[in-house]
Every structure is written in structure tokens, then in C-alpha cells.
Design a binder for this molecule. Structure first.
Ligand SMILES: Nc1ncnc2c1ncn2[C@@H]1O[C@H](COP(=O)(O)OP(=O)(O)OP(=O)(O)O)[C@@H](O)[C@H]1O
Ligand SMILES: [Mg+2]
Length: 188
């Protein structure tokens, strides 16, 4: 079960509890994973999906086009059978149900402008009993859950002129878990 942290009031979009990455107290991080193709990103999505259960929140961070939605799609397809899940860029949230009946939420909070919108979405309840994949989680402000898996994607090897695609399909990923994720990240 998850709980939304509301103990520290921060300015919206200024989130000490959500920002930064693996070095914070109580977080477990793994070595950087290199992804050299879309297939490798999808394979990571399959491995992550295998570890997810009701009440899990996954933060997907990284710049525009880093591959957050691509990874989310792989997780969604693995858990629900839905291929080519639409990006929630404009709808903010797309909801699914896993094959075992757990609700699965995929949110893109980039366009969230105030915390009232988060309340309207119903994210707080979803954090309790759904699997939530959250792009742009820095928008969560005081709604930031304490326990979460953080997956940070970034471009890698874009200047690698030896690659036939100039490295355009390369990404690197940092994974960090907070809370009970410590043991659940083995062999990711
Ligand atoms: N190894 C890779 N992993 C993920 N995406 C890749 C990879 N190689 C190429 N791509 C391409 O990069 C793009 C990533 O787009 P995607 O929508 O997943 O990014 P995003 O991080 O969700 O961006 P946004 O912040 O705009 O939502 C896609 O066009 C995808 O095909
Ligand atoms: Mg996206």
C-alpha cells in the first residue's frame, strides 16, 4: 500500500522529496543500464512489468522524447495485452486493467498546472490500489508518494558516428527504488 506524502509543504514544482535521484536516504539504486535499441527498451519494460503489483507507483523521468511513453507502452502491453497504448499527453491519464484485474494508470502530468487538477484526476486513490506509471512526476508536488520505483531515461551516444543511426536509438536508464523496492529490484 502506498501513502501520499503531505508532510512537507513545498512550492508547486519545487519538490525536494521528488527531485534528485538515487542518492537520497533510503533509496536503492542500480547501475546505469544501457539500451541500444527500441527492442532493448521494450525488454526492460517486460522485466519491470514482471515486478509490478497493485499499489505500485513508477516514476518515469527524462526529457522530451527520452522514451518514457515507449517504456510505459511495453509495460502496458505486457500486463494488459494492449499494444500501441496511446500517449496520455492530452488526456493526462489513460486507464487499463491488467490481465489479473488490477487497475493500471498511465499518466502524463506535463500539462498539469495546479494541484487541484491532480485531485480531479483521482490519483490519490489510484496510488493505493492501482499500478501507476507517471510521466513528469515532478508535477505531483505534495501528492508525491513515499514509496515508488524511479526510472530515469536519457539520450546516450547521440554523437556516435560509427552507428548506422548515429546512435539515435540509444538510451541510458537509471533505476532507483524507494521503500520496499530494495529487494524487488534484484536482477532487473
Ligand atoms: N532505445 C529507445 N528507447 C526508447 N525510445 C526510443 C529508443 N530509440 C528510439 N526511440 C524513439 O524515441 C522516441 C521516444 O518518444 P517517447 O514518446 O517515448 O518519449 P517521452 O519520453 O515519452 O517524451 P515526452 O516527454 O514528450 O512524453 C520514440 O519516437 C521512440 O521510437
Ligand atoms: Mg511521453
Amino acid at each position: 500500500m502506498n501513502s501520499v506524502h503531505r508532510g512537507v509543504k513545498t512550492g508547486f514544482h519545487s519538490l525536494p522529496l521528488c527531485s534528485g535521484f538515487a542518492k537520497r536516504l533510503g533509496m536503492t539504486s542500480r547501475p546505469i543500464i544501457a539500451l541500444s535499441s527500441l527492442d532493448e527498451t521494450r525488454a526492460l519494460g517486460v522485466r519491470v512489468a514482471a515486478r509490478l503489483q497493485a499499489g505500485d507507483v513508477v516514476f518515469l523521468t527524462g526529457g522530451l522524447g527520452a522514451g518514457k511513453t515507449t517504456l510505459a507502452r511495453a509495460i502496458i502491453e505486457t500486463l494488459t495485452g494492449v499494444s500501441d497504448a496511446p500517449s496520455p499527453t492530452y488526456t493526462l491519464v489513460q486507464t487499463y486493467e491488467t490481465e489479473s484485474g488490477t487497475p493500471l494508470w498511465h499518466a502524463d502530468l506535463y500539462r498539469i498546472e495546479d494541484e487541484g487538477e491532480l485531485e480531479e484526476l483521482g490519483l490519490e486513490d489510484a496510488f493505493e490500489d492501482a499500478i501507476c506509471l507517471i510521466e513528469w512526476p515532478d508535477r505531483l508536488g505534495d501528492w508525491c508518494p513515499q514509496t515508488r520505483l524511479e526510472i530515469d531515461l536519457s539520450m546516450a551516444g547521440q554523437d556516435d558516428t560509427n552507428q548506422s543511426d548515429n546512435g539515435a536509438n540509444k538510451r541510458q536508464v537509471r533505476i532507483a527504488g524507494r521503500g520496499d523496492w530494495e529487494t524487488r529490484l534484484d536482477d532487473i
